[in-house]
Write a protein that binds this ligand. Structure first.
Ligand SMILES: [Zn+2]
Length: 165
């Protein structure tokens, strides 16, 4: 087969997109709280679910979430992934754990990096706590919590968080 007839199987197409958006009222309150190491969620007036970060409305009821609720920086792992495959844009030593964490006082989990914990010991129900950046580095960002790490507390039984997966 000549060089001209060989099929091209893949090409690299580097793409980069930058977004700039207005966070709106709910996210602004949340981000201002994060500057002061406060995690502010919002409670739905219909079902009572606490959203962190708040979006201004309940995804289940469609109602506004106007009541502000401060939640803790401690929580429970409700599911997790051990990442063993390198990615060009992630510079974290492999393997690492991306955990879905339900903060104490919240009803919706979010994904965060778990560190300083051997990946083979990560499990559902494991108790964790956020590790904040130094005060001088705090800004209006969820990244103020650099990562989560294990808490020396008993695991939470599956029945207690199964509604929040
Ligand atoms: Zn609701």
């Amino acid at each position: 087969m000549s060089e001209e007839q060989k099929t091209v199987k893949a090409i690299d197409g580097p793409t980069r997109l930058e977004y700039r958006y207005s966070p709106g009222r709910a996210s602004t309150r949340f981000l201002r709280g994060m500057e002061q190491k406060k995690i502010l969620g919002q409670k739905c007036v219909g079902c009572g679910r606490v959203y962190v970060p708040p979006r201004g409305a309940c995804a289940r009821c469609g109602l506004p979430t106007e009541e502000e609720v401060e939640v803790q920086d401690t929580g429970t792992i409700v599911t997790f992934t051990i990442v063993r495959v390198p990615s060009q844009n992630i510079e974290i030593e492999l393997p690492y754990c991306a955990a879905s964490i339900l903060l104490d006082g919240a009803d919706i989990p979010f994904t965060a990096l778990l560190r300083d914990v051997p990946v083979e010991t990560v499990r559902l129900g494991m108790r964790v706590q956020g590790v904040w950046k130094p005060d001088a580095e705090l800004g209006p960002s969820f990244d103020n919590i650099d990562h989560f790490t294990a808490l020396d507390e008993p695991d939470v039984p599956f029945e207690k968080f199964q509604e929040h997966l």
